[in-house]
Design a binder for this molecule. Structure first.
Ligand code: NDP
Length: 331
């Protein structure tokens, strides 16, 4: 099995030196264990936080230990009757090509014709659920709302734009970091309008895109984007604070929002959330997203990097914006 370990803790942007790749012989299978060959391994922004030694909602990675995270694969050897050979499974064993562990640490997922296994790592899985929870249960999206979504061309953002529309948003505005991504937001993902934040003046671009103001902000970016949203909020606005990727790889303290008094005067509600506290919504999401998907109402993109040995590059490129939709590593 080829496994990627954390070698040292990064400061600012990680480099290849922060990781090591090892090849390990797998032991004979014990009773109750299965061996899984991964099909896709996920690289996600939250993994950057786990590389720091700070208290968070999820434990830090330990130096010398494997990077853990979402992956999907197939059972190739089984010593547990619950997961026979050939079963498609999702799990959290992370960055490796082959994994062997207790059967209970894997979850069988439906292997449906026309549904690529990779979708279980994004639009039908974690990032889709995150978009759904943030819009429906944190920001309390209502029909007729004007919604702004940052990081709109990524895995969470492409799901969020479509879900907002399907839930009756009047207008959905997105921001992303290239002209191609911006074009895709309106042509494929149901955004009414979008802008490239790298053109500068996020506050001015948002105000121009939403002359009537915004009611809901789904924040993937923080910093200048949160600042812009605070300025554009209508009275009674609601923000779901999902992530703040603009600060994940900086070592300086980012500039804070200047408009916090608008929280008070406009009666805004901003709430942060981590999906780990809302997993109970998974069946509800599965039902609604399953229906939308079956009706052909859901689009997605994947940016796929080949080979477990390129996982670190995939992770770093994702945080630099090389992906449209979900960044995955095919094993
Ligand atoms: P994405 O697929 O969106 O990939 C990250 C994207 O971030 C890049 O493609 C890049 O796109 C954008 N980006 C990078 N740096 C900046 C910057 N300085 N300013 C603006 N955009 C930037 O990742 P995910 O969809 O997996 O995650 C999106 C967000 O959701 C992250 O903040 C993540 O931490 C959060 N999240 C939170 C969860 C929760 O439980 N709260 C669960 C899952 C994700 P571009 O080209 O547009 O710059």
């Amino acid at each position: 099995s080829t496994q990627i370990l954390l070698a040292s803790r990064p400061t600012g942007w990680p480099t290849q030196d922060n990781f090591t790749t090892v090849k390990r012989e797998l032991a004979d299978l014990k009773a109750g264990e299965v061996r899984v060959r991964n099909e896709f391994v996920s690289v996600d922004p939250y993994m950057r936080g786990r590389m720091n030694d700070t208290r968070s909602y999820i434990p830090s990675f330990q130096i010398g230990e494997q990077i853990l995270g979402g992956a999907i694969g197939r059972v190739v050897l089984s010593a547990d009757e619950a997961l026979p050979e050939g079963t498609l499974v999702s799990h959290q064993h992370g960055w490796s090509d082959l994994v062997q562990a207790e059967a209970a640490s894997f979850k069988a997922v439906p292997d449906l014709p026309g549904v690529p296994s990779s979708l279980r790592l994004h639009i039908l899985g974690m990032t889709g659920l995150t978009a759904y929870v943030g819009l429906s249960h944190i920001a309390n999206l209502e029909a007729g709302d004007t919604v702004f979504i940052s990081g709109a061309a990524g895995a969470v953002g492409t799901a969020a734009g479509q879900i907002a529309k399907l839930m009756g948003a009047k207008r959905v505005i997105g921001s992303a970091g290239s002209a191609e991504k911006v074009e895709l937001l309106t042509s494929k993902y149901g955004y009414d309008t979008a802008f490239n934040y790298k053109d500068g003046d996020v506050r001015g671009q948002l105000a121009a895109a939403a002359p009537e103001g915004i009611d809901v902000y789904f924040d993937n970016v923080g910093g200048d984007h949160l600042e812009a949203a605070l300025a554009s909020f209508n009275d009674g606005g609601r923000a779901a604070l999902c992530g703040a990727i603009s600060s994940y790889n900086t070592s300086e303290v980012p500039a804070g929002p200047n408009n916090m008094t608008n929280m008070v005067t406009r009666g805004l509600k901003m709430q942060g959330f981590t999906l780990s506290n809302y997993l109970f919504l998974s069946p509800e999401f599965g039902e609604r997203m399953g229906q939308w998907f079956a009706e052909g109402k859901i689009a997605y993109d994947e940016t796929i990097v080949e080979g477990i040995e390129n996982t670190v590059d995939a992770f770093l490129d994702m945080m630099r914006g090389a992906n449209t939709g979900k960044m995955l590593v095919r094993i």
